[in-house]
Design a protein around this ligand. Structure first.
Ligand code: ATR
Length: 269
């Protein structure tokens, strides 16, 4: 029997990652001789450390190694990469499926969003906020960043045509103007601070998305649901970025619904 093809998610920290549950589940679904692990990568030279992972057929990359992953590759489709694939000739290709994963999740949770969403509000100014804003920018006329540290929101807005920044003190007004709100900070995460989100200010047809998935029902999503708004939880993006990675490795678009069942089980365990 040939050896199993090896896959991993690399990051620091990484032990909390749900990617092994998701990908090993799909390997079973499709009868693939492959195994997937969480691999802590801590190095003074992450680019060299990533290039040395030649025993793997592919890896997912999480914080803080996404830039190093793009640099380590012989060819990269993006400046920050979350997927790597080693080719038959030993060279390394890098991709970013985060943005397309978010859009696929939005298509699933709010199929009417295209055309409806003219103005998106991105809460936060980290890597996730930028990736999602970039993915939305081709379909949405206006993107506003709002962040506790306003200078970071302004810096991101400058990188994106049609984007602007709002002050944290104007959160309620910003919520009232948006057709889509994407919560991209650590607020509401288990063990982190929560926030009194001004959901009562939202338009009645606003779509509310939170990228936090621990807990799955964040305070923001609970409040939005209670108001009858369309919501999208944090598993959607996780699953669809993973499904796109799986497709890059195996040429198969895997079953998102089965992954969701397994991940909910893992989150409740
Ligand atoms: P990423 O993983 O997306 O790269 P990050 O760079 O760690 O995330 O960013 C975390 C985000 O959560 C930031 O927007 C941060 O706001 P600041 O830029 O002001 O630090 C936000 N955040 C974290 N704790 C917060 C809090 N208590 N109140 C408001 N925003 C908070």
């Amino acid at each position: 029997m040939t050896a199993a093809r090896r896959f991993a998610v690399i990051g620091d920290p990484v032990s909390h990652s749900l990617s092994p549950v998701m990908h090993n589940g799909w390997f079973k679904d499709y009868g693939l001789n492959a195994e997937y692990e969480a691999l802590l990568l801590r190095s003074d030279d992450p680019v060299a450390a990533i290039r040395a992972l030649k025993g793997y057929a592919g890896v997912n990359v999480t914080v803080p190694h996404k830039e190093a992953a793009a640099k380590a590759a012989d060819r990269s489709a993006a400046e920050v990469a979350n997927v790597l694939r080693w080719e038959a000739d030993g060279t390394l290709s890098a991709y970013n499926t985060d943005g397309a994963g978010f859009i696929a999740a939005l298509d699933e949770a709010a199929p009417h969003w295209r055309g409806h969403v003219k103005h998106a509000l991105i809460v936060g100014a980290g890597g996730a906020a930028l990736g999602i804003a970039q993915a939305l920018s081709s379909d949405v006329a206006r993107v506003t960043f709002i962040n506790r540290t306003q200078s970071k929101a302004e810096a991101l807005a400058e990188t994106l045509p049609g984007a602007d920044a709002a002050a944290w003190s104007d959160l309620a007004r910003a919520f009232s103007e948006a057709d889509l709100i994407v919560q991209c900070t650590t607020l509401g995460m288990t063990g982190q601070a929560t926030h009194g989100w001004p959901v009562e200010a939202c338009k009645p047809d606003a779509i509310i998305s939170d990228i936090v998935y621990r807990p799955l029902k964040t305070d923001l999503l609970r409040a939005a649901k209670a108001r009858g708004l369309t919501t999208m939880d944090g598993l959607g993006m996780l699953i669809h970025q993973g499904a796109l990675a799986f497709e890059l490795w195996f040429g198969i678009r895997p079953d998102a619904a089965r992954a969701r069942e397994r991940l909910i089980q893992a989150l409740n365990a």
